[in-house]
Design a protein around this ligand. Structure first.
Ligand code: NAD
Length: 380
């Protein structure tokens, strides 16, 4: 069978789902590889590099979608792309089936199978395919880099002949994958880092990365084991306590990175206008939750705004794409691991084993049927 990758069509998307290296691995699984001309250029992979790796380069998107039995891409397909699917083809991409019902219906009607990389169950065995985590890791790192790029001072404290420089204080709100990456990056640059999460079990991880966990005096704790490791909405009383703590911290913090999310909901508003107003001029807020409405009241998705009191609020939603070479390499590896599991015979033939927890969880359409939502995984 042929596995093919088109050029991403979303404006500004620089990632690509197949790299020359991943293509070499896919060929070892028995597949022929094909790519649309120019698909990897924005991520630093030339057509020549693909050819050298044994990949066929085709001129147009139409030719690519026609030639490939399996289409691997990054973003969910556009309607035009989905219409190019035919019976028996398999699409592998981020898909967000809960938010893209009509698109899922269209793929089902076309008789294609759809594997949503965002639906890979978060169990140990599937970590190598966990594209949400690989992208969140990059976003967390890049959030600190963007903050530093907009912050007029050092992260680390220094004593120089020209005077003493205090270290920057960084607060990370939400310590999931992106938050922990941001903590690691800020700490390694020398900042004094604080972090808060509603899931008390992450305190140890936060502290092991050199940051201080911001404790709330509150009896209620979240039992996130009941929600698959994810956070649930907080009670109004807890939220008030949390906001009061943030109000206390806001005037002291130089950089605030917010990453708080609850599955299936808009981002909780946690860094409010009055907190921004009490921050020092020159401070920076990076809102990694911008795509889901933002954790900060004043965030504008995809924009950088500077408030009247001189605080920069960054709401970019394309952090992984801003590091397209790295993110493409990791994403293509996640896809390749998915293909390994889909190819037990290493013979270039997809075997769609719906008894396999990981394949079942990620498959949202199969043989003319919608297979989302999946049953909960049997193995942890
Ligand atoms: P996410 O991006 O969905 O959310 C980010 C963080 O925001 C979470 O830590 C969440 O607790 C926090 N949050 C939510 N509401 C908040 C609030 N009001 N205030 C402060 N923080 C708030 O999370 P994620 O990075 O995708 O990870 C979530 C969970 O999944 C974690 O437990 C993580 O360890 C787990 N996980 C497991 C695996 C695996 O393979 N085993 C892989 C990745 C993640």
């Amino acid at each position: 069978m042929k596995i093919g990758t088109p050029k991403e069509v979303l404006k500004g998307e620089a990632r690509v789902a197949m790299t020359p290296d991943s293509a070499r691995q896919l060929q070892k699984l028995g597949y022929d590889c094909v790519i649309e001309a120019g698909a990897g250029v924005a991520a630093g992979f030339t057509d020549a590099a693909y050819r050298e790796a044994g990949v066929e380069v085709v001129k147009t998107a139409a030719a690519l979608w026609k030639a490939a039995d399996i289409i691997a891409k990054v973003r969910p397909p556009t309607e035009t792309e989905a219409k190019r699917l035919t019976k028996g083809k398999t699409l592998i991409s981020f898909f967000y089936p809960a938010q893209n019902e009509a698109l899922l219906e269209l793929c089902k009607d076309k008789g294609a199978s759809v594997i949503a990389m965002d639906m890979v169950p978060r169990i140990s065995r599937a970590q190598k395919m966990d594209a949400l985590s690989s992208m969140a890791n990059i976003a967390g790192y890049r959030a600190v880099i963007e903050a530093g790029n907009n912050f007029g001072r050092f992260f680390t404290g220094q004593v120089t002949a020209a005077g003493k420089v205090p270290p920057a204080k960084v607060l990370v709100v939400g310590a999931g994958v992106a938050g922990l990456a941001a903590i690691g990056t800020a700490t390694s640059l020398g900042a004094i880092t604080y972090a808060f999460d509603v899931r008390p079990e992450v305190a140890e991880q936060i502290e092991s990365m050199g940051a201080e966990f911001v404790y709330l005096e509150f009896d209620e704790t979240q039992d996130s084991a009941a929600t698959g490791g994810y956070a649930a909405p907080s009670s109004p009383e807890f939220r008030e306590k949390q906001l009061a703590k943030f109000r206390e911290l806001a005037p002291e913090m130089d950089i605030v990175i917010t990453t708080a999310l609850i599955p299936g909901r808009d981002a909780p508003k946690l860094w409010l206008k009055d907190m921004v107003e009490s921050m020092k001029p020159g401070s920076v807020v990076v809102d990694l939750a911008a795509e889901r409405g933002g954790n900060c009241d004043l965030t504008v998705a995809d924009e950088k705004v500077v408030t009247k009191n001189g605080v920069t609020i960054i709401g970019y939603t394309d952090f992984p794409s801003r590091m397209a070479s790295q993110s493409s390499t990791l994403y293509a590896t996640n896809v390749r691991h998915m293909m390994t599991d889909l190819t037990p015979g290493k013979d270039g033939k997809v075997v769609h084993d719906m008894e396999d927890d990981v394949i079942r969880g990620a498959t949202v359409a199969h043989q003319g049927e919608i297979t989302f939502p999946p049953p909960p995984p049997k193995v942890q």
